[in-house]
Design a protein around this ligand. Structure first.
Ligand SMILES: [Zn+2]
Length: 131
């Protein structure tokens, strides 16, 4: 018997109605189980294709100005991929501090938050030195 977090249907083992479904994810597998009996299945998950992209202040300030075609094009792609959840653009408080040095900082900050999709929970200094 398992704690089913998302019901998929009837249990193939005992036949209990709407008791079978997703239980948990471990590594590359999703475990399915029954809320009534011990029947369970293990299915491999598709490989993760999500990419993490670290954008620096140089990119953001060019992108938000929208004057250079290559930055405009790159920005469009990033926003599209982020919307499809194929891309994660981490954002940290370091970005927020740095943008204050820029004249249109509010606009820039909005853009950073939009592309990073609220990934603001990262520790501020751990990755920012990679830029
Ligand atoms: Zn069952």
């Amino acid at each position: 018997m398992a704690l089913v977090s998302y019901v998929l249907g009837d249990c193939p083992g005992c036949g209990a109605e709407n008791k079978f479904g997703n239980v948990d994810v471990y590594g590359d597998y999703v475990y399915l189980g029954c809320g009534r009996c011990r029947y369970n299945e293990r299915h491999p998950l598709p490989p993760v294709k999500k990419k993490v992209l670290y954008l620096d202040q140089f990119f953001f300030s060019h992108a938000v100005r929208g004057k250079e075609a290559r930055f405009v094009e790159a920005t469009k792609r990033i926003v599209e991929l982020a919307a499809l959840q194929l891309l994660v653009v981490p954002y940290s408080s370091v970005h927020e501090e740095e943008t204050h040095q820029w004249s249109r900082h509010q606009e820039l900050l909005e853009f950073i938050k939009k592309t990073s999709r609220a990934m603001s929970s990262l520790p501020p200094m751990r990755w920012s030195r990679l830029n």
